[in-house]
Design a protein around this ligand. Structure first.
Ligand code: PMP
Length: 410
């Protein structure tokens, strides 16, 4: 663990004059030296506009761009021409909504979402529904945060044309039953969009094994740079989709009155690419793979178990979703009775502990849980058991700090 922490220079900064305990990894992760160095090396030695120049430097930039695509394709078990670079998960999901949803959905078709969706996988589908006359149908989790077979059977029907769901909720941290969803959706002729923003950092996302039609994730939540995201799309679907953004580099030929478009994936990559970000993402994937999924999962499970057990023992704390770590990945959300989540987060910050408080871009889920907001703690490979203990110790004091009596009454 010490070795891993040494890879992340930002972990040595102070927060409110205390050693930083960074527990907001679901918002964005810190970046290891391996990523920082790869980005710097690209800009120092290989920077040019890919696919543009005929000179050697531009050829190197093009190679860096295409090698990064191949790396991402291997990471997801897809083919390179099924990988589109975007800015982030949000842009990837909008691309599907505009180029697939707006084109292929119509009046009366049903789009199935979970009420736990991040706004990025919800607002674009509201736009599609408004424009096309399609209807949004919501899946509701049970009291432990799980989507039951009964709920899936009821909502995914012959009217369903598209199911768009988050693989792991950014609030509940719970993994959804992807195989049942895909089976039902495909039986009914619907496509499945999987938002992997919160799963890709914690588990292998094998798009072929999962058999999903589209998948999206962000580099910055996976130890890579900000501003680089990925969309996976099944080739035969991408090939029939029109472009999302148009302009330079996505064309076949352009004439005064009309244009033809490039083959996929370039059809969906208009304008100058973020090659530095792509190279950084490829380095982040190498970094994750050098640690290995088994080690990552075992370590994060230990942190999760410790945190869930500790939280369960603190009176006046409500944790949302199943308390078992089995189906949880990276994220725990909770509230302290009578304390506003922003106050809890601010008090923890005074101890150097950074957590997120708010609606977490999941307002329909907040409404479903009958809360306005909550506190979220989220883990990454570099977090330690000592950090989890420090967080729990600090949290035990929160109600006392807020003036609710002595610590012993907590
Ligand atoms: N989906 C989920 C489940 C998320 O947690 C997030 C980020 N909080 C997003 C989508 C959007 O990611 P980005 O802001 O990187 O586009």
């Amino acid at each position: 663990m010490k070795m891993i922490r040494d890879d992340f220079p930002i972990l040595t900064v102070t927060e409110n004059d205390k050693p930083l305990i960074y527990l907001d990894n679901a918002a964005t992760t810190s970046k290891p030296l391996q990523v920082l160095r790869a980005v710097e090396a690209y800009y120092r030695h290989d920077n040019a506009n890919p696919h543009r120049g005929v000179y050697e430097l531009a050829a190197r930039a093009t190679k860096a761009h295409e090698d990064s695509r191949t790396k991402v394709a291997e990471f997801l078990n897809a083919s390179p021409d099924e990988i589109i670079f975007t800015q982030n998960t949000t842009e990837s999901l909008n691309l599907i909504a505009y180029s697939y949803g707006m084109e292929f959905l119509g009046e009366g078709d049903e789009i199935v979402l979970s009420v736990a969706e991040h706004h990025s996988n919800l607002v674009p589908w509201q736009r599609v529904a408004k424009r096309t006359g399609a209807k949004l149908v919501y899946l509701y989790p049970d009291s432990k945060g799980h989507l039951t077979e009964e709920e899936l059977n009821q909502k995914i029907t012959s009217r369903t044309r598209l199911v768009a769901v988050g693989h792991v909720s950014n609030v509940l941290g719970i993994e959804i039953p992807v195989s049942s969803i895909v089976r039902l959706a495909h039986q009914n002729g619907a496509v499945v969009v999987l938002d992997c923003a919160q799963s890709a950092p914690h588990m292998q996302v094998d798009v072929k094994r999962l058999d999903v039609d589209f998948a999206a994730f962000s580099g910055h939540k996976l130890y890579g740079p900000m501003g680089i995201g990925v969309l996976y799309g099944r080739k035969e679907l991408l090939e029939k989709m029109p472009p999302f953004l148009t302009g330079g580099d996505m064309i076949g030929s352009v004439h005064e009155q009309n244009s033809t478009y490039a083959e996929v994936p370039r059809r969906f990559e208009a304008g100058t690419r973020n090659v530095g970000g792509e190279v950084g993402l490829a380095a982040a994937i190498d970094y994750l793979q050098s640690i290995g999924w088994e080690n990552i999962k075992a370590h994060e499970r230990e942190l999760m178990t410790r945190a869930l057990e500790g939280l369960a023992k603190i009176p006046h704390v409500t944790v949302y979703g199943d308390l078992s770590p089995d189906k949880r990945h990276g994220v725990i959300s909770f509230n302290v009775e009578d304390v506003h989540p922003h106050d809890t987060a601010t008090l923890l910050d005074a101890d150097g502990i950074t957590v997120r408080a708010g609606h977490h871009c999941a307002q329909p889920l907040m409404e479903y849980l009958k809360i306005n907001a909550c506190v979220r703690v989220s883990f990454a490979v570099y977090n330690t058991a000592e950090e989890v203990e420090a967080f729990l110790n600090s949290l035990r004091q929160v109600r006392r700090w807020m003036g609710f009596g002595s610590e012993s009454t907590l």
